[in-house]
Design a protein around this ligand. Structure first.
Ligand SMILES: [Zn+2]
Ligand SMILES: [Zn+2]
Ligand SMILES: [Zn+2]
Ligand SMILES: [Zn+2]
Ligand SMILES: [Zn+2]
Ligand SMILES: [Zn+2]
Length: 498
């Protein structure tokens, strides 16, 4: 009886593929996922963001995939199989990495095999040939690089690859190199960089101890051969790569220990980088090399900036209300140290320009660039207290530089017409544009400028001012983002480069 033959064949198939599922309504229909883990992993490249042009070679990301989403088999043995009818096969791939034409070709293979084998039972032969095809991912990935059409497909495949690798790892047993015991994968950790595996309990003890003792340099992969390189016939060197804080959290170290590790590492790095200055903008902090000009204390006077606070004729500078920039007062001892004050450094030594945010700043006092003729605060950057730092940040946020001499000017009465206290340049506080001294207010009525109607914007609070979209608003926004990030850092711990 034909039914018996079909049932008999299916019984054998279920024994070979225990994960196979028989349809509840049709005993001769079944579903099976064919795993795709190609022998040669596929190197993919995909658009770096969803908006990227497919042809934009500059914005493509890449990854190596060991596992691809399975091909789903839906197979039915119709009445009359195998003598007179071939099996019907429907293949699908929800993540759509296999082209439709390839799926069709693989579906048609079932009938072709059935013909080749003279109308006999071919389910195993067919499934086996699919599995063999999976070993090369059905020749879909091209070499050396498989260019994916969309960003989303790239992300889908990478996520699938990661979860598959984790599932396989969790299901295996691994010998821990520290306690020398076999441990299940879910209690083990494989290092992102080198792939060495240890049990989490051992790693927690090992790193917890090193961090408690302040030996951050020992927070390395415990494998004694890890990173070893031959550099001569009898010499080797070990490339030390300290473990990422995020990985320590994944291993199971508590937040407190990881935070201490981050702080210690940052301190070590600062000590090592005496010649490095960092962009003083809180939200930027890009490192700028200054091997030639290490920051040194300069004991000098400081000039203060002000605005005119006057919307009529510019008053003589001496009578303009002077609002000192909120910086720490200079210790009395240093004012009398030198008369008259004179910079002890060539002025251009002090100017640094951030390569990331383009901020021009003074590498000695860390204020935004105050021009050659302004003296620095009587402090070295290294001696800055948290309070001082906050003051400088305030200066950066609440002043605009003069477009002629870069002196930071702070407005007092909400008038955006500024007169530089140093060089008497008239300029706009909002956009730092030069203003015509003969008619400085024309700028605020020009329809083509964002400053139109903003002569009297308040620094903040005022609704009109909040709508201004110029550089000051940008800076305020950037500071808000930086604050949010700092908060996040405090919770999670920042990613520190190794
Ligand atoms: Zn162990
Ligand atoms: Zn290692
Ligand atoms: Zn910067
Ligand atoms: Zn300075
Ligand atoms: Zn000026
Ligand atoms: Zn303006």
């Amino acid at each position: 009886m034909a039914d018996d033959e079909r049932a008999e064949e299916l019984e054998t198939i279920v024994a070979i593929y225990p994960e196979l599922q028989i349809d509840e309504k049709d005993q001769f229909r079944f579903f099976l996922d064919i795993a795709v883990s190609p022998i040669n992993p596929a190197t993919i490249s995909y658009p770096g963001s969803s908006g990227t042009d497919l042809d934009d070679e500059n914005d493509r990301a890449s990854a190596i995939l060991h596992h691809l989403p399975p091909i789903k088999v839906d197979m039915t043995l119709p009445e009359g199989y195998p003598e007179s009818n071939p099996p019907t096969v429907k293949l699908s791939d929800p993540s759509a990495w296999i082209p439709a034409s390839k799926l069709k070709e693989l579906e048609e293979l079932a009938t072709a095999l059935w013909e080749d084998y003279g109308h006999s039972m071919i389910i195993f032969t067919y499934l086996d040939s699919l599995q063999q095809g999976a070993e090369t991912a059905f020749d879909v990935p091209t070499t050396p690089t498989w260019a994916l059409p969309t960003h989303d497909l790239g992300i889908t495949l990478i996520a699938f690859n990661a979860s598959s690798a984790q599932r396989i790892f969790d299901g295996e047993t691994h010998d821990c190199g520290i306690c020398l015991e076999p441990k299940p994968g879910r209690l083990s950790h494989r290092f992102n960089g080198c792939g060495h595996v240890f049990c989490r309990a051992c790693l927690k003890d090992f790193y917890g101890d090193a961090i408690t003792k302040g030996e951050v340099a020992n927070v390395l992969c415990p494998d004694s051969t890890c990173g070893l390189r031959k550099i001569g016939p009898k010499r080797t060197r070990r490339t030390k790569r300290t473990i990422d804080p995020a990985e320590l959290l994944a291993i199971g170290l508590d937040r407190e220990a990881v935070q201490r590790y981050v702080d210690l590492k940052r301190k070590r790095k600062l000590e090592a980088d005496k010649n490095m200055v960092y962009c003083p903008r809180e939200w930027c902090q890009a490192p700028i090399k200054s091997a030639k000009y290490p920051p040194q204390p300069i004991l000098e006077d400081i000039s203060y900036a002000s605005d005119t606070g006057d919307e009529g004729e510019a008053e003589p500078l001496a009578e303009a209300p002077v609002q000192p920039a909120p910086v720490p007062a200079e210790p009395a001892t240093t004012t009398t140290a030198k008369e008259p004050p004179k910079p002890n450094k060539a002025p251009d030594d002090r100017l640094a320009i951030c390569s990331k945010c383009q901020l021009a700043f003074c590498r000695v006092c860390k204020a935004s660039w105050h021009g050659e003729y302004l003296y620095c605060l009587p402090r070295s950057a290294a001696e800055l207290s948290a309070e001082d730092k906050a003051s400088y940040d305030f200066v950066l946020l609440h002043t605009s530089p003069c477009p002629t001499c870069s002196v930071p000017a702070q407005k007092t009465y909400g008038c955006n017409h500024m007169i530089c206290p140093q060089c008497e340049t008239h300029f706009c506080y909002l956009c730092s544009m030069w203003l015509d001294p003969g008619d400085p207010y024309k700028h605020f009525s020009r329809e083509d400028l964002p400053c139109q109607g903003h002569l009297w914007d308040a620094e903040d609070g005022n609704e009109e001012g909040a709508q201004f979209n110029g550089p000051r608003a940008f800076e305020a926004m950037a500071m808000a983002i930086a604050e949010a990030e700092a908060e996040l850092d405090a919770q999670v711990g920042p990613g520190v480069e190794s």
